[in-house]
Structure formats: structure tokens, C-alpha cells
Ligand binder design. Structure first.
Ligand code: 8OZ
Length: 361
């Protein structure tokens, strides 16, 4: 019987176990949205697969200045950012670990104070989300977005392609395209945020068009074996809504499968919410995807064992438990108690609540 502690092949990577550190926004980037030495230490602490993660997925990292939606999130679009990430990937690899970067464009989930020249956030349609973001002065409502013109979309696809190339230049083992949680690609997928009447709106085939163009560009640039994706079919996060998520995401996963991706990562439910708060046929999605299937949200050892033993998932991504336990892999294996999370230290700040969680002696 397969367990969390059995190896698995993801593309060209052989992971020693199936324990994944989920992408986690921590808002600790330095000037120029550049990864800092403190971030190097945070990832290094979690990188050794014998005690930490078999695979680390970085915090969401914007592909362009317009892709940023929160204070102090890192980017992967400047030379300084690439150099900062190189220090992270070198530290992870020195521990024997593996790491991919999550590529992010927030779309309408942003604020004019974060964007170049005070620009309006970009969206499929000019519909403001009922959502908050975090800026210099604290939590604020997101700004009114402007609808992207069709002739601007090739530029967005190109930004993803260049970000993927930058990721490889920075030493990453691959990328995860963030198509979840109500950000740009998810905004195009869903009819609650996409009211376009061109080839990128209307039927699900059209709403999935931008995502598929991005996935084809990224896989052509760095290889499908180095490209994963994250989806969140039922999340209401960031005002995400769709009239028929099952049909939508069945279609999306059917389209993704033939690309031969490194993995498909799904958030079962909504981050921080009950796992079963919305009915959804997860098996129907899983059946439609040929490659490795990564599950996330509210997993503990028992649930992870069950899902892997039954083949409902191949890997399990742990989020908050990895924040408060740098040696989560070891604790799961030994059944050791977990450090409690200090919730108020999640976003922004320094070492406190970041690199000061103790490992087992
Ligand atoms: C928490 C705070 C800010 C952003 C996501 C990237 O939900 C995020 C995020 C999470 O995917």
C-alpha cells in the first residue's frame, strides 16, 4: 500500500516522499519585491526531505508589476528578483530539496497604491470584487478594475512565458501556474467575473482560453515536465463565483490533461474553510487527469494516509502546518505533536512567526 513516505516521480524529479509545502503568502519581500536572506532561511529550514518537504512550492510571486496585489509580495520579473530567488534555490538544493515557484497575476485583486503610476487593476471585465487586500496602511477594499482589451492578452501570456524562463534562470525545478483563488486566470474562468463577449468570454471553452494559452506558452518555454498548475474549483475566496463549477472545471482538467504536466494541484474546498462546505465531485476531476494529482486543504496524517492509500491523490500539500513546523515531514512520520500557529504573524513582519518555529530536538 502506498503511503505519504513513498517516493514519486514528478516529471524528471524523483521526490523521496509525497509531502509538499503548499504555496504560502507571507509578505516579507524586500525593496523591489526581492527575496531576502530571511526568506532564504525560511525555505532552507523546510527543504531537507528527511525532515521537511519532498517538494516546496514557493509563495505566489508576481510575473509583472501589474500582477501584484498585496504589499511586499516577491516578484520573478527583474534581475534582482531572479538573483534573490537564486539564493533560495541554492539553499534548498544544498539541503537535498526540490522547489518550484508559483507564478501569479492577481488581476482585479489589487489596489491602485500598489500598481505602477497608480494604475487601475486589470480584469476580464470591469467588475470590482467584494474583497480586501493588504497595503501599507492595512486592509482595504480592492480598487475598481479596468477590463483588459483583447489585444493586451498576448502581452499577459508573454509575461507568464518570461517569468517561467526567469524561474529556470533562478534555479527552480519548475513552476506552478496559480489559476486558483479568484486571481486573474480564475477570474477569466468564472462567469461571475468574466462577462466578456469576445473569444475569451461566454462558453467554458472561451473562458478557459487565456489559461490554455498561458499553459501552452509556459510548457513550450520550460517543458510540461517542469510545469504544474493549481486550481480551486469551489472556493469563494476573493469573490470567485461561477454558475456551474463542476462543468467548468471538468472541462479545464480535460483540456490540461493532454499537456502532460508535472502535476495538477487542487484546493478541496476553500483555504481555511471546512473541507466539505460545498458539494463537488472530486473523483470526476481526478478521472480526467492522467498525471500526478496533488490535494490540499485541511489535511492531517490520517486523512493524508487515507487519500493516498485509496489513490484519490498522489501527493498532499500542507500549508499552515508547514508554517509552524519546519520539520513537518518528520513530525508526520513520528506522529509527534505540532507547534501551534501564531496566526497574527502570518503576513508581514520579520523573523518572528516566520523562522523562529522550533524543530524537534
Ligand atoms: C493569503 C493572503 C494573500 C494572498 C492565495 C496568494 O490565496 C494567495 C494569498 C493568500 O492564493
Amino acid at each position: 500500500m502506498t503511503t505519504l513516505f513513498d517516493p514519486i516521480r514528478l516529471g524528471d524529479l524523483l521526490l523521496p516522499n509525497r509531502i509538499v509545502m503548499a504555496p504560502l503568502t507571507r509578505n516579507r519581500a524586500g525593496a523591489g519585491q526581492t527575496p531576502t536572506p530571511l526568506m532564504v532561511e525560511y525555505y532552507r529550514q523546510r527543504a531537507n526531505p528527511a525532515t521537511g518537504a519532498g517538494l516546496i512550492i514557493t509563495e505566489a510571486s508576481q510575473i509583472s508589476p501589474m500582477g501584484q496585489g498585496y504589499l511586499d509580495t516577491p516578484g520573478i520579473h527583474t534581475a534582482a528578483q531572479i538573483a534573490g530567488w537564486r539564493a533560495v534555490t541554492d539553499a534548498v538544493h544544498a539541503q537535498g530539496g526540490r522547489i518550484v515557484i508559483q507564478l501569479w497575476h492577481v488581476g482585479r485583486i489589487s489596489h491602485v497604491s500598489l500598481l505602477p503610476g497608480g494604475a487601475a487593476p486589470l480584469a476580464p471585465s470591469a467588475i470590482r470584487a467584494r474583497a480586501k487586500t493588504f497595503v501599507k496602511d492595512g486592509f482595504v477594499d480592492v480598487s475598481e478594475p479596468r477590463a483588459l482589451a483583447a489585444d493586451e492578452l498576448p502581452g499577459i501570456v508573454e509575461d507568464y512565458r518570461i517569468a517561467a524562463r526567469n524561474a529556470i534562470a533562478a534555479g527552480f525545478d519548475g513552476v506552478e501556474v496559480h489559476a486558483a483563488n479568484g486571481y486573474l486566470l480564475d477570474q477569466f474562468l468564472r462567469d461571475g467575473s468574466n462577462r466578456r463577449t469576445d473569444a475569451y468570454g461566454g462558453p467554458v471553452e472561451n473562458r478557459a482560453r487565456l489559461l490554455m494559452e498561458v499553459m501552452r506558452a509556459v510548457t513550450a518555454e520550460i517543458g510540461a515536465v517542469r510545469t504544474g498548475i493549481r486550481l480551486s474549483p469551489v472556493t469563494p475566496a476573493n469573490d470567485a463565483s461561477d454558475s456551474d463549477p463542476q462543468t467548468l472545471f471538468n472541462h479545464v482538467v480535460e483540456q490540461l490533461s493532454p499537456l502532460g504536466l508535472m502535476y495538477c494541484h487542487v484546493i478541496e474546498g476553500a483555504t481555511g474553510a471546512a473541507r466539505d462546505f460545498a458539494p463537488f465531485d472530486w473523483e470526476a476531476l481526478r478521472r480526467r487527469f492522467e498525471g500526478p494529482w496533488m490535494v490540499n486543504n485541511g489535511y492531517d496524517r490520517a486523512l493524508a494516509d487515507e487519500v493516498i492509500a485509496r489513490g484519490r491523490g498522489d501527493l498532499v500539500a500542507f500549508g499552515k502546518p508547514f508554517i509552524s513546523n519546519p520539520d513537518l515531514g518528520r513530525r508526520l512520520r513520528e506522529g509527534a505533536p505540532l507547534n501551534p500557529l501564531r496566526q497574527q504573524l502570518l503576513y508581514g513582519g520579520g523573523a518572528e512567526g516566520y523562522t523562529d518555529y522550533p524543530a524537534l530536538g
